[in-house]
Design a protein around this ligand. Structure first.
Ligand SMILES: [Zn+2]
Length: 331
């Protein structure tokens, strides 16, 4: 496992040049960056400064990647000088700069995108711009660590529970990359026997991995409709969130026991539901059973498992941060 971004966290090394955290050019003007968040259904393209989005466009990701990337280029090239562009992409993709496939989508079942070289296509339209490519969840994790709910902590795990389940891990010196992106969403977790008989899971690769059991599509398949359509006063509501919390807490148990992060940020359309967050915390404490005895878990769990500070902007602000770091690294 290598740790690619070798920059200490902002608490130890404030960004020089501007009080609001924006890097300043030698002439005194503030650097502006582009960011792209390629999601499974929508693509968000932003321009801004570190920690700030000034312009944003969004369009369907679609099944014609060349058209989607060209739309991004059309927006970015109309924004004046950009010191860098950061990309956070759905996966599976290749975020390893040392790999020949760096910047490519790899084996996605999404029509049209498998094998598509995102980074090269973007570079062809912005040839002199520093670029950095990483996973969408890593971009969001970086954004939260530097500018959001993870400010000042040495390490964190950002988990999104929504259409899928993904995790981005930040340790002392930056984002953690392994052989490939760490796929915590596909870890295997224990299941009650009755549930095992009733529901097989929805992951096309593993069926009942964490994502196969606890993602939004898994909830939809189990309960017959999307979770937001289950009425709060209906009999399934509490059952649905209790079971979801059991599975999310089981995954968090494994993350606490393997990574031991200083903070967990739980995001995504399902992950940010108050009905889930309030149920997950006591379950995690029960599950850990006093074995992990830090006060962060026993006394301050409300500050240990938190919602994203940047909300839906985490990916865009994270992509801008990726761009800024690529620009700094090249300088
Ligand atoms: Zn899976």
């Amino acid at each position: 496992m290598d740790v690619r971004v070798q920059i200490p966290p902002p608490a130890q090394q404030p960004i020089r040049g501007a009080a609001n955290g924006s890097a300043a050019c030698p002439g005194g003007s503030v650097s502006r960056y582009g960011g792209i968040e390629f999601g499974g259904t929508k693509t968000v393209c932003v321009v801004g400064q570190r920690g700030r989005i000034d312009e944003e466009v969004r369009f369907p990701t679609g099944n014609r990647p060349l058209e989607t990337v060209r739309a991004c280029l059309q927006f970015l090239t109309g924004q004046g000088h950009l010191a860098g562009v950061g990309i956070g992409s759905f996966g599976p993709c290749d975020p390893d700069p040392a790999s020949p496939g760096y910047g490519c989508i790899t084996t996605t079942p999404k029509p049209g995108w498998s094998g598509f070289d995102v980074l090269r296509t973007l570079r062809s339209g912005l040839p002199d711009t520093h670029m950095a490519f990483d996973t969408d969840v890593n971009a969001a994790a970086l954004g939260e660590w530097v500018h959001g709910a993870g400010r000042g902590v040495e390490s964190l795990v950002y988990i999104t529970v929504g259409t899928g389940i993904g995790a981005g891990i930040v340790a002392r010196s930056g984002l953690i990359h392994g052989l490939q992106h760490p796929e915590a969403g596909h870890m295997l977790i224990p299941r009650p026997e009755a549930e095992r008989r009733r529901f097989t899971g929805v992951c096309p690769y593993h069926r009942d991995c964490w994502e196969g059991l606890a993602s939004g599509p898994a909830m939809h398949a189990r309960w017959g409709r999307p979770p937001q359509e289950i009425p709060e006063d209906g009999e399934d509501y509490a059952k649905m969130w209790d079971l979801e919390a059991d599975y999310v807490a089981a995954g968090l148990h494994n993350i606490v026991c393997t990574v031991s992060p200083h903070r967990i940020i739980l995001g995504g359309g399902v992950g940010q539901q108050a009905a889930l967050l309030s149920r997950v915390k006591p379950r995690l404490q029960v599950s850990l059973a006093g074995y992990v005895t830090h006060s962060a878990l026993s006394e301050s769990i409300d500050a240990y498992i938190v919602a994203p500070g940047l909300g839906a902007r985490a990916g865009g602000i994270g992509a801008i941060e990726l761009a800024a770091r690529a620009h700094e690294h090249a300088a």
